[in-house]
Design a protein around this ligand. Structure first.
Ligand code: PMP
Length: 475
C-alpha cells in the first residue's frame, strides 16, 4: 500500500521519537496507529492491539468515549483556546471547582480541612458562609510542568513566610517526576537522569523503599523501617535547607512499579510535618483511580500540601495538568502588588478549554459508571494472575497496587540476579506480546501492565495470558 510505505518512510525521515534509540527505530518498521476503540488501538494494516499501558498511562475510560468526544466537539463549537493570563474561561472554572470538590471528599474525611472550601467549613461549624477561599488549582499542560510549578511554589512559599535557606528538595532514589530540568533534579533513575547531572540543582536523596532489592539487604518484616530512619536522619540534619519533599505516593511507576510497604507514606508525611518541610505528592501516574482509590494518598489517609495531577485527568485525550496548593500555601502569595509575591509562572496553553471540557466529561464518567467500584473485581483478578505469574522460573517479583502492575524478570530466581540490561529481556517479551496483539512498554527488566480502567475481565485475562506466554517463551 503506497500510503503505508509513505507513512513509514516519512516517519523515519522526520520524527525523532521520545526515549527511543533512533538507530534501532530506523532499522525497524514503525507501527503506525490510526484508530482506537475501547481498550484497543488499530494500526494502518488493520491489526488491533490491546492497549496494555493505556497509551503510556493516560487513558482511563477507553478510546473514543462518546461522552468525551461530544464534550470536546461541543467546546470546539464555542472556543478552542483562550488564555488564563488576564482572562478566565468557562471549562477551566468549572473544572477547578470540581477538582477541589473531589479533593475535599478524598482528603477531608481524614481530619484535615485544608482541601475543603471555606464555605463548606463554615457550614460544618454552623457559621455563615463567607466568600470561599479554598485550596487552589494552578493549571499547566503536562506532568513535568505540574512538577516544575510545585517545586517553584514550594520554594517561593518559604521566602514569603520569611524563612531563609530552604533552597533544596528531598526526593527518593528510583523517583521519576518528568523530563524538564527541575523534575530531573528531583529524579533518581540513573539511566535517564545521570547524564544531565552537571545541569541539575542540588537535592537530597532518601532511599527508595524497594523491598525486593532493599539496599540494606533486609526484608520488610524485620527491617524496622530502615528507609524511614534514613529519611529521618537526612531531615534531622538538613531540614533547614529543604523546602519540600516530593514523592510518587505508593508506587514509583517509571522506577519499575516499585510498591511501597504499608505505612511508609504515612511515616513520610509525619516526618515532613515534624521537620517543617512541605510534602508534594506527584499523583501524575497514580491519580484518577489507578491504585483502586481516586488518589493514592487516600490509602494511608495522607494529606499533602501540594498535589500534581496530569495524565488521566482528561481521560487520556488532551494534555492538561494541575498543581493543587492548600489554602495555607496559596495565602502566602497574597500581598500588595509592589511586594512581588506574585507567582511568576504560566504557560501559553494553561487551562486550555478543550482539555478542561474533556476532563469534566472524564469526571462525569467516573461518577456515572462508578468506575472505582467497577474496577475492584478487576484488581482482584489481576492479583490472582500475578500470584501465578510470580511462580515462573524467571520472575523475581510480580507486584501491583490497583491496576498498576510490574513483573520483574530475573536471570536467577533464588538470588534475584538481574538480567543484563543490554539483553533487553523486557523488550523481548514486549515484542512477543505485540505479535500476539498486545501493546506494552517495559521499563528495563520490568514488564508494565497498566490497562485503561475500562478494561473488561476478558481483555485483562487476555493481556495477562499473552504476557505469561511471552515470559515463558522468551526466558
Ligand atoms: N511524574 C510521574 C510520576 C510520571 O509518571 C510522569 C510521566 N510518566 C511525569 C511526572 C511526567 O509527566 P509528563 O510525561 O506528562 O511530562
Amino acid at each position: 500500500m503506497e500510503n503505508k510505505r509513505y507513512l513509514e518512510d516519512t516517519d523515519k525521515k522526520y520524527i525523532w521519537h521520545p526515549f527511543t534509540q533512533m538507530k534501532d527505530w530506523a532499522a525497524g518498521t514503525p507501527t503506525i496507529i490510526e484508530e482506537g476503540s475501547g481498550c484497543r488501538i488499530k494500526d494502518i494494516d488493520g491489526k488491533w492491539y490491546l492497549d496494555g499501558v493505556s497509551s503510556i498511562w493516560v487513558n482511563i475510560h477507553g478510546h473514543r468515549r462518546k461522552e468525551i468526544d461530544d464534550a470536546i466537539r461541543e467546546q470546539i463549537g464555542k472556543i478552542s483556546h483562550s488564555t488564563l493570563l488576564g482572562l478566565s474561561n468557562v471549562p477551566a472554572i468549572k473544572l477547578a471547582e470540581r477538582i477541589i470538590g473531589i479533593m475535599g471528599r478524598s482528603f477531608n474525611c481524614m481530619g484535615n480541612s485544608s482541601w475543603l472550601p471555606s464555605s463548606g467549613r463554615a457550614q460544618q461549624v454552623g457559621v455563615k458562609a463567607e466568600m470561599p477561599s479554598p485550596a487552589k488549582v494552578f493549571y499547566s499542560d503536562n506532568g513535568s510542568t505540574a512538577v516544575e510549578v510545585a517545586l517553584k511554589m514550594a520554594f517561593q512559599y518559604w521566602i514569603h513566610k520569611g524563612v531563609e535557606g530552604k533552597n533544596s528538595f528531598l526526593s527518593l532514589t528510583n523517583a521519576y517526576h518528568g523530563d524538564t530540568l527541575g523534575a530531573v533534579s528531583v529524579g533518581g533513575v540513573d539511566i535517564f537522569h545521570k547524564v544531565f547531572g552537571p545541569l541539575l540543582f542540588k537535592t537530597f536523596k532518601a532511599p527508595s523503599p524497594y523491598c525486593y532489592r532493599c539496599g540494606s539487604g533486609r526484608n520488610p518484616q524485620d527491617c524496622g523501617s530502615a528507609c524511614v530512619a534514613e529519611m529521618d536522619s537526612i531531615l534531622k540534619k538538613h531540614h533547614r535547607e529543604i523546602a519540600a519533599l516530593i514523592i510518587e505516593p505508593l508506587v514509583q511507576a517509571a522506577g519499575g512499579m516499585i510498591i511501597f510497604p504499608e505505612g511508609y507514606l504515612k511515616a513520610v508525611r509525619d516526618l515532613c510535618s515534624r521537620y517543617g518541610v512541605l510534602m508534594i505528592a506527584d499523583e501524575i501516574a497514580t491519580g484518577f483511580g489507578r491504585t483502586g482509590r481516586m488518589f493514592a494518598c487516600e490509602h494511608e489517609a495522607v494529606v499533602p500540601d501540594i498535589i500534581c495531577l496530569s495524565k488521566g485527568i482528561t481521560g487520556g485525550y488532551l494534555p492538561l495538568a494541575v498543581t493543587l496548593a492548600t489554602e495555607e500555601v496559596y495565602k502566602a502569595f497574597l500581598g500588595d502588588f509592589k511586594e512581588l509575591k506574585t507567582f511568576f509562572h504560566g504557560h501559553s496553553y494553561t487551562g486550555n478549554p478543550l482539555a478542561c471540557a474533556a476532563a469534566l466529561a472524564c469526571l462525569d464518567i467516573f461518577e456515572k459508571e462508578d468506575t472505582l467500584g467497577r474496577i475492584q473485581p478487576m484488581i482482584s483478578l489481576s492479583e490472582e494472575r500475578l500470584a501465578e505469574i510470580s511462580g515462573l522460573d524467571h520472575v523475581g517479583e510480580a507486584r501491583n497496587r490497583g491496576l498498576m502492575a510490574g513483573i520483574e524478570l530475573v536471570k536467577e530466581k533464588n538470588t534475584g540476579e538481574p538480567y543484563d540490561w543490554e539483553e533487553k529481556m523486557g523488550w523481548r517479551v514486549a515484542n512477543y506480546a505485540k505479535e500476539k496483539g498486545l501493546f506494552i512498554r517495559p521499563i528495563g527488566n520490568v514488564i508494565i501492565v497498566m490497562p485503561p480502567l475500562s478494561v473488561s475481565v476478558e481483555e485483562l485475562e487476555q493481556m495477562l495470558d499473552i504476557i505469561e506466554e511471552g515470559i515463558k517463551a522468551v526466558t
